[in-house]
Design a protein around this ligand. Structure first.
Ligand SMILES: [Zn+2]
Length: 170
């Protein structure tokens, strides 16, 4: 059910944006297209905020409590790369590439800022980050990158969790 509902809401969000664009183009011009895009961003991220993280760089934090099993983020998967393109990239360039269901996705905001933890509170399912435990307001949203690193990728970890693997491999 989680899978179904996730896919459905992503489609609805896309359709809303498309219809908003059509309406704006026909009647109002470009400024309202920008509003529609902002609206879409807001719809995507009103439950989380991006700010500096103790794990490293920026991180994504909960703006409300989430229950185990809840979808926290729907990935924007409009930016897909071919395997050939990704093979040419360095580890550093692959920083924001996720590999899920055989697709190489250039991660967009805010989901691109979800940090790895060796004790994560979400899992990646059908291009969504889904809570695997109850999450409190203010907690950092973390994922298990071993689920989504491109093949043959390794990454150092300093997530600070007791069972930190130090090096993460796809
Ligand atoms: Zn770790």
């Amino acid at each position: 059910m989680r899978f179904g509902s996730c896919r459905a809401s992503t489609q609805i969000a896309t359709q809303l944006l498309i219809s908003a664009n059509v309406i704006c183009n026909s009647f109002f011009g470009t400024s309202l297209i920008k509003s529609a895009i902002l609206l879409n961003k807001y719809m995507k991220s009103d439950n989380v905020i991006v700010k500096n993280s103790n794990i490293g760089g920026k991180g994504v934090f909960a703006l409300r409590d989430f229950k185990k099993g809840e979808i926290i983020l729907h990935w924007d998967i409009s930016h897909i790369l071919s395997k050939e393109k990704v093979d040419e990239m360095t580890n550093d360039e692959k920083k924001y590439i996720s590999f899920l269901d055989n697709k190489y996705v250039i991660m967009q905001e805010p989901e691109k800022y979800v940090n790895h933890s060796c004790d994560p509170n979400t899992t990646a399912k059908n291009f969504c980050d889904v809570a695997i435990k109850n999450i409190k307001t203010g907690e950092e949203i973390t994922a298990d990158y071993t689920e989504e690193l491109p093949p043959n990728t390794t990454m150092k970890c300093n997530c600070g969790s007791r069972n930190c693997k130090k090096v993460i491999r796809s």
